[in-house]
Design a protein around this ligand. Sequence first.
Ligand code: FCB
Length: 445
Amino acid sequence: MAKRPHIPKLPKGFIWGASTAAAQIEGAAAEDGRGPSIWDAFAATPGRIKDGSTGAVACDHYHRYKEDVALMKRLGLDAYRFSVSWSRVLPDGTGAANEKGLGFYDRLIDELLGKKIEPWLCLYHWDLPLALDRRGGWPNRDCAAWFADYAALMVRRFGDRVARWVTFNEPGVFTIAGYASGLHAPGVSDFSAMIAAQHTVNLAHGAAVEAIRAGAPKAVVGVVCNQQPARPQTASEEDKAAAGLFDLIWNRTFADPMILGDYPDGLKPFFAALLRDGDLEHINRPLDFLGLNHYSPTYIKHDPAAPGGIGLGKPPEGAPVTMMGWEIAPKAFAQTLIQEHARYKLPIVVTENGMADRAEVGPDGTVADDDRIDYLAKYIGAVASAVESGARIDGYFVWSLIDNFEWAEGFEPRFGLVHVDYATQKRTPKDSYYWLGDEIARLRK
Ligand code: FCB
């Protein structure tokens, strides 16, 4: 076996976690009164998901959550970030709550607490109730109030046991891919719908923070943004301008108004017509931490046919990439952490990082995923170097605990520390799982 890398020392009390999302693991899509979400409808539309799969069964976590929590425990995790399926607890998005759906999260939270793993509850990881999409979805400003009511319900129910709250996961990704490129649910390609959705999401965030604080005054509240540098594909002025605009849309549309209180100058013209008196104050509620997801730099080229003239490029020839085509560039991660900490002055928690491969269970029953070990060692090393440079980083959550439904990419990319055989639902911890567990235990000593 190759010599395994070691993770450098991290601050005392550093939080080790893993993240998942309801739509990617739960399955049980039509069980116990759950209503459909936009991802159920999107995945059922031919051509939308690469391998034609859906999340209807996924990892069957709804029934196997105990086994999955036991896997977290054996790994030595302190914390687990999961998301609630809004349409499981409120089948129509608003109105009557679904007691059976709430009961699932009661059981999950209690199981975690019983194993001394802290639940981090994310209210929204991309699965809008379909009923709300039919009422206009995120581009409809009313969606902010629907979200605030949902947040209030969650806090009433779980606020006694859940201390850590996240309003949104990667608002940039789901609004850009959902409303501009159309590659994610609900599959809309309309730049102005994206802008409207983004402003509603910002308002919804502010309103949810208020609701959480009102219901659980001691709650620790944050938002999770995907912060990744946007690099121009070439040195041409056009590519640079497209990358500059994309950087603002991707990295600043949410964190800036939520944390600094305003849209950056370069985005103001887009949002001006939507802004009403008091909006910015509502959006800018004090937060306790910034959850930061990061995978790789993004390459952008000018494309007159694409929304906003922004075309997706690719990493330079010869750059190391994962099976997703994402560049492996841990230095860019360290720089991002330092830069985002300096800009927003909040403690950062890395709430997602990891890589996909196709590693399967070998004849000896193990899953050899050396590339993941290498990636994680480098990226966690980047966290340590950012800490060394003075950035406050309180924790690191791997994406992901188990292989799962990777949105429009279906089941081919495997991001888990634990392999899932989707035919049998058998879980097999990969080499990276055992490696990370050993490292966590060693660093705790
Ligand atoms: C992030 C998502 C997460 C997963 C990873 C690979 O953008 O938040 O659900 O798909 O990418």
